[in-house]
Design a binder for this molecule. Structure first.
Ligand SMILES: *[C@@H]1O[C@H](CO)[C@@H](O)[C@H](O)[C@H]1NC(C)=O
Ligand SMILES: *[C@@H]1O[C@H](CO)[C@@H](O)[C@H](O)[C@H]1NC(C)=O
Ligand SMILES: *[C@@H]1O[C@H](CO)[C@@H](O)[C@H](O)[C@H]1NC(C)=O
Ligand SMILES: *[C@@H]1O[C@H](CO)[C@@H](O)[C@H](O)[C@H]1NC(C)=O
Ligand SMILES: *[C@@H]1O[C@H](CO)[C@@H](O)[C@H](O)[C@H]1NC(C)=O
Length: 404
């Protein structure tokens, strides 16, 4: 009789026994190795495929939205409305070398953020990405501007939106340096005012408001090219473009990101997932922004990093990635939206001279080779964001499974 019991019958209890025995060890391994936990957004999938390494390929379909279907595009980046005549820049999609980047599925995104909140913290790059996100959401649901419930500030960089069907709140918090700063220009928007940066103190504009957010997207960098004076413990510790020097001093950039990431990591009660959007490249050619520089290409570069200042952007990118890795290893749930190489190729995707409606104190002859046309290449940032959010959701799901 005993001969009729399949051999496998003994294996199952044995396997279960081994799992029960080893599970605590395994769990401990997951917890004690920050790398594994912060593996975070680094699963089999991302190890097999780096979605940020790839190239732009022809894509004949229409963009997700346009200036007629989306009411949220700021005039500043509404290139088609502003009369940009060429369309080739809209007919490209990012293709990672070893896999596919899925299209943005707005319903899937909204399901992931149901009952949740997201904040874009930083400079106008965050706002640029948020415009795109609102337009993408707008294809299936309707974001409402609820800013006046939160602030009387009419600054376009402090806005709140709410998507009723999904109980989803999304906001933008203006904090161009992430750390505390004081601009000698009272409007805070002069291009050549020397700004004091307090490198060890996170900016209250976001620090005091961020605790309950489920997703925080850091996105900034452009303001670090200005004349700056760095303070630590009340003392001047360095400067940039100061006195007779025109040199960049990356010290402030590094410290600012370090302080921001440390602050959110240690913020009591914060349980959210953070993202860093890496440095967004600019593409002025034939002169700097204030010397008549332009960006009138209609095709992307085929290689990464070949534009003017590509080496500076690469140095900044490297600093960000180092600080990102350090924060993640210390336990911050943190995803990298590594746009720098992909966008470095997109010299064709800026508003350039089709930038009407920018700040009215700006000279209209200035080209915008910093921001990104919407619709356009910036929509890819949200494809990356959703991709990483889905990975994180899968990981959370698996961890919960393990706990049972
Ligand atoms: C969209 O852009 C086109 C082309 O410039 C323009 O004719 C049209 O008026 C714009 N629509 C809106 C609603 O702004
Ligand atoms: C909406 O989401 C918030 C959290 O963002 C939650 O506190 C609230 O209970 C939710 N409301 C409904 C009606 O589900
Ligand atoms: C900024 O600096 C000016 C003087 O340089 C000072 O009067 C002002 O109080 C400072 N503002 C803040 C918020 O620290
Ligand atoms: C800056 O340059 C001016 C004129 O070239 C010179 O007189 C001055 O000493 C310089 N200042 C410093 C701090 O080097
Ligand atoms: C692009 O701008 C440069 C000046 O920076 C100009 O010489 C060139 O003619 C422009 N090209 C087009 C197609 O407008």
């Amino acid at each position: 009789m005993s001969g009729s019991i399949p051999k496998g019958a003994f294996l199952l209890p044995l396997t279960l026994f081994l799992i029960v025995l080893l599970l605590p060890l395994f769990r401990n391994f997951i917890q004690s190795s920050p790398k594994t936990y912060a593996s975070n957004l680094e699963t089999k999938e991302t190890r097999r495929c780096n979605i940020f390494s790839g190239n732009w390929v022809p894509y004949p379909k229409e963009p997700y939205y346009n200036n007629e279907t989306c009411p949220f595009i700021l005039d500043q980046i509404n290139c088609i409305k502003n009369g940009r005549p060429d369309r080739d820049f809209l007919k490209l999609r990012w293709k990672p070398h070893h896999c596919e980047l899925p299209l943005f599925d707005a319903t899937q995104f909204l399901e992931l953020v149901r009952g949740k909140s997201m904040a874009f913290v930083g400079d106008s790059m965050g706002r640029n990405q948020l415009e795109s996100l609102l337009c993408l959401i707008n294809t299936v649901a309707h974001p409402e501007d609820i800013t006046e419930k939160y602030t009387s500030n009419d600054n376009i960089f402090f806005r709140w939106w709410f998507v009723p069907d999904y109980n989803f709140t999304v906001t933008t918090m203006w904090s161009p340096f992430l750390v505390k700063f004081n601009d000698s220009d009272p409007t805070g928007r002069g291009f050549y005012s020397a700004t004091k940066l307090y490198l060890e103190e996170a900016d209250e504009a976001w620090r005091s408001k961020i605790k309950d957010f489920d997703f925080v997207v850091f996105s900034t960098g452009q303001w670090f090219f200005r004349p700056l004076t760095f303070y630590e413990k009340g003392q001047v510790v360095g400067c940039q473009k100061c006195e007779n020097s025109t040199e960049l001093n990356y010290y402030g950039y590094k410290k600012a990101f370090q302080t921001a990431f440390r602050t959110i990591r240690k913020l009591e009660g914060f349980k959210g997932l953070a993202f860093l959007v890496t440095h967004s490249p600019e593409h002025f050619e034939n002169g700097a922004w204030n010397e008549g520089g332009t960006c009138n290409r209609t095709k992307p570069f085929e290689e990464k990093g070949v534009y003017e200042n590509g080496d500076i952007v690469e140095a900044l990118h490297q600093i960000q990635v180092e600080e990102f890795n350090a924060a993640r290893e210390k336990g911050l749930r943190f995803g990298l939206i590594d746009i720098t190489d992909a966008m470095g190729m997109r010299a064709d995707a800026h508003p350039g001279r089709f930038r009407l409606g920018g700040n009215n104190n700006n000279n209209l002859n200035v080209n915008d080779c910093v921001h990104w046309c919407s619709p356009g290449a910036v929509d890819t940032w949200n494809e990356f964001l959703l991709y990483l959010m889905k990975l994180e959701a899968e990981i959370q799901h698996k961890h919960k499974g393990n706990m049972l």
